[in-house]
Design a protein around this ligand. Structure first.
Ligand code: FAD
Ligand code: A2P
Length: 377
């Protein structure tokens, strides 16, 4: 090899470490960008794999979040995952007849309307009416309608855990607002909600169900649970929070929640906040695991000077909420007024946009991954 050729070759070889170093720098830069703001594709892929795993029972729970799509086909289908959830044990034609054990107001002085916590004894059923957190039951009000026919059933979200408020597993509790509206100068009272709000301990009640698989909790102890509730939409959330933070529940379920639960609660007045002292207590006891944010519409104002709604709070905490959503073990639950859905959607879209994400694409993916749960009425 001539001297000049050797010199050129040596010069070329000397550049290799520089080129390798440069490629390395590009790789580090790209990785950092991904960590700071994972792409929509990454969020959705993680959600679909780990989100499904979270619902698949303890077997799936033991799998790590680093599961890849390749292992997904071996997971049970959604139907199989929910196979053990009781549904329609009692149907409208032959309802279970339970007894009222408690009926008390959840409101403080100065509150608007009437909201009651009502408990029914389910013991003695054959079969026993069993349910899980996040399900609903049907109630058939006594009496007949204007045509002389028996009243139709109305659904109510269950506000107790499967162990019930007494931890004995033989009761179910509801949180019911009496429907009242004005028509032609007259106050109209809702049939079933008035019946329930006025029912007395000892009276019999016709119960159907349980129904619903939309609002079930994941099994993962380290799941993150974001809850958006207005009014009586708090019912399923109260059950989740009892399961997470009541000592007897933790012991009975052998389930020690260690993720983050974040409740956004909408109420017209402070006196209308439901189960507020229980939630404040959980916040004191589990400050690292529970966040409680209130939107008190008729006492607080949003940045535009209007009524403070939970969607305004969602916008306020958009950064933190989206950081949580990036975690495949994060689930979001919406319950309460149907009217809040567009507002929540708008807030999520605006929050997503600020992270460079498209909510209209992300939401269906979260839904498909079993991480977006809605029950509004
Ligand atoms: P009804 O006598 O049946 O009157 C309702 C009818 O009144 C409406 O269909 C409408 O035609 C009319 N009406 C209502 N408002 C107005 C108005 N402003 N102006 C004019 N007409 C009006 N409720 C709770 O309190 N707590 C719960 O946890 C709960 N969970 C639910 C869960 C699910 C899955 C669903 C579907 C509903 C839930 N509900 C809950 C609502 C509940 O099922 C009843 O719809 C509610 O209690 C009203 O029933 P009602 O018999 O008192 O009213
Ligand atoms: P407001 O009634 O002041 O407009 P409750 O069932 O106890 O009345 O509570 C429902 C809460 O949800 C109230 O604070 C109510 O506010 C609020 N709310 C009403 N409409 C919406 C909406 N479209 N989006 C979000 N929150 C709403």
């Amino acid at each position: 090899m001539a001297y000049s050729e050797a010199k050129v070759l040596a010069g070329g070889l000397a550049h290799i470490p520089i080129i390798i170093g440069f490629i390395g720098l590009i790789q580090i830069f790209l990785r950092k960008r991904e960590t700071a703001s994972p792409s929509l594709e990454k969020i959705s892929t993680q959600g679909i794999t780990a989100g499904n795993a979270s619902k698949a029972g303890s077997d799936a729970t033991s799998r790590s979040t680093s599961n890849t799509k390749a292992s997904a086909p071996s997971r049970p289908t959604k139907k199989a995952q929910h196979a053990n959830i009781p549904v329609n044990t009692y149907k409208p034609k032959s309802p279970f007849v339970g007894k009222v054990t408690e009926n008390y107001s959840l409101l403080k002085e100065g509150a608007i309307g009437k909201v009651q916590h009502i408990t029914f004894d389910l013991s003695g059923g054959d079969p026993q009416l069993k349910y899980v957190e996040g399900q609903s039951i049907g109630i058939i009000p006594s009496g007949t309608d204007a045509k002389g026919k028996p009243h139709k059933i109305r659904l109510y979200s269950i506000a107790s855990t499967k162990y019930g408020d007494n931890f004995e597993g033989n009761t179910v509790s509801l949180c019911v607002r009496q429907l009242q509206y004005e028509k032609d100068g007259q106050t109209i009272n809702g049939v079933c909600s008035s019946y329930l709000c006025d029912i007395k301990p000892g009276e019999e009640i016709k119960i159907t169900g349980p129904v619903g698989k939309e609002m079930l909790l994941p099994d993962d102890e380290d799941a993150n649970i974001i809850m958006l509730a207005t009014g009586t939409g708090i019912a399923p959330m109260r059950a989740y929070l009892r399961k997470m933070f009541e000592p007897t529940e933790r012991e009975k379920n052998n389930w020690n929640f260690k993720g983050k639960a974040w409740l956004f609660m909408g109420a017209p007045k402070t006196a209308n906040l439901l189960y507020d002292s229980d939630f404040e207590h959980y916040k004191t006891k589990y400050p690292d695991n529970f966040e409680y944010t209130k939107a008190i519409s008729r006492e607080q104002t949003n940045t535009k000077g209007g009524r403070m709604y939970i969607q305004d709070r969602v916008l306020e905490f958009a950064e933190e909420i989206f950081a949580l959503i990036e975690n495949p073990k994060t689930h979001i639950y919406l319950c309460g007024l149907k009217g809040m859905e567009p507002g929540i959607d708008e807030a999520m879209a605006s929050a997503a946009e600020s992270k460079g994400l498209e909510w209209s694409e992300l939401r269906p993916k979260l839904k498909k991954a079993g991480r977006w749960h809605v029950e509004t009425y």
